[in-house]
Write a protein of this length. Structure first.
Length: 258
């Protein structure tokens, strides 16, 4: 189950998420001296997490970020939060902005996966709660919130990151999920073994509420969920058939289950 994360005394993010920590912690590519934080910046790797970990641990590259997130939702933390550590991610924006790199298989046109989006929302939520910046879109270096590397222009290195591509727009969906996490609602990722009815029953909820909450927090249903629902209603898929694996659904905070 996906829920709220916390920041431990040593600056490591902990909680219900698959996370590893850099060795050494922090990576050598960084510095001390961060101040009040404006928010968090979305980056894209133009590659995948293993290669990014290698690059961010190479002193000759002088590059790093606070977090990297793989397509399966696993997270790698490169340096501590709340300890004054600065990642070398966006030049003049380093001191006041956290940074999250997202794997893209070398193609910025690839959208974030559902697991990647959910993990990113968890990280954004805990950073916002810890540093006190709002869960909102920012497209300006003077506005607190969730921004992109490109918004800093030449002062931030003149990058187009996280585009060109659809990833910047996915910030809206990430923030919807982050707000749901903060409200106490839970995100549960389907395991491919349960129908919607069985999934809801296990959590003491009804299918219509789960679907409504999921639509409210995430917008349009992912294609695989829409196909399943439409198939059930059209009679081409049995109501007892299992939902596809890996679909994040919202369940009420009071709902039980695993």
């Amino acid at each position: 189950m996906t829920g709220k994360l916390e920041i431990a005394h040593d600056g490591r993010v902990t909680g219900p998420i698959a996370i590893t920590y850099n060795d050494p912690f922090p990576t050598v590519n960084g510095a001390q001296g961060s101040g009040d934080m404006m928010g968090v910046i979305m980056h894209t790797m133009v590659g995948n997490l293993p290669g990014t970990v290698t690059l961010f641990n190479d002193p000759a590259r002088e590059a790093s970020a606070h977090f990297g997130i793989a397509q399966d939702g696993s997270v790698h933390q490169f340096g501590p939060i709340g300890k004054g550590w600065i990642a070398w991610a966006q030049v003049k924006g380093n001191k006041a902005w956290y940074s999250i790199e997202h794997a893209d298989d070398g193609n910025t046109q690839n959208k974030l996966t559902n697991a990647q989006l959910t993990a990113s929302a968890q990280i954004v939520e805990v950073l916002s709660r810890f540093a006190g910046f709002p869960l909102r879109i920012s497209d300006s270096t003077t506005v607190k919130g969730y921004g992109t590397h490109v918004m800093g222009g030449q002062d931030w290195g003149g990058h187009t990151c996280p585009g060109p591509g659809p990833r910047a727009d996915q910030r809206h969906e990430i923030l919807r999920v982050a707000k749901s996490i903060r409200a106490g609602d839970a995100t549960v990722v389907t395991d491919g073994t349960q129908s919607l009815a069985a999934f809801a029953a296990q959590r003491g909820a009804v299918p219509s509420i789960i679907l409504r909450m999921t639509a409210h927090h995430r917008g349009l249903f992912p294609g695989e969920l829409a196909t399943y629902i439409n198939g059930v209603f059209s009679g081409t898929i049995s109501p007892q058939a299992a939902m596809p694996k890996g679909i994040p659904l919202q369940v009420p905070a009071a709902a039980g289950g695993n």
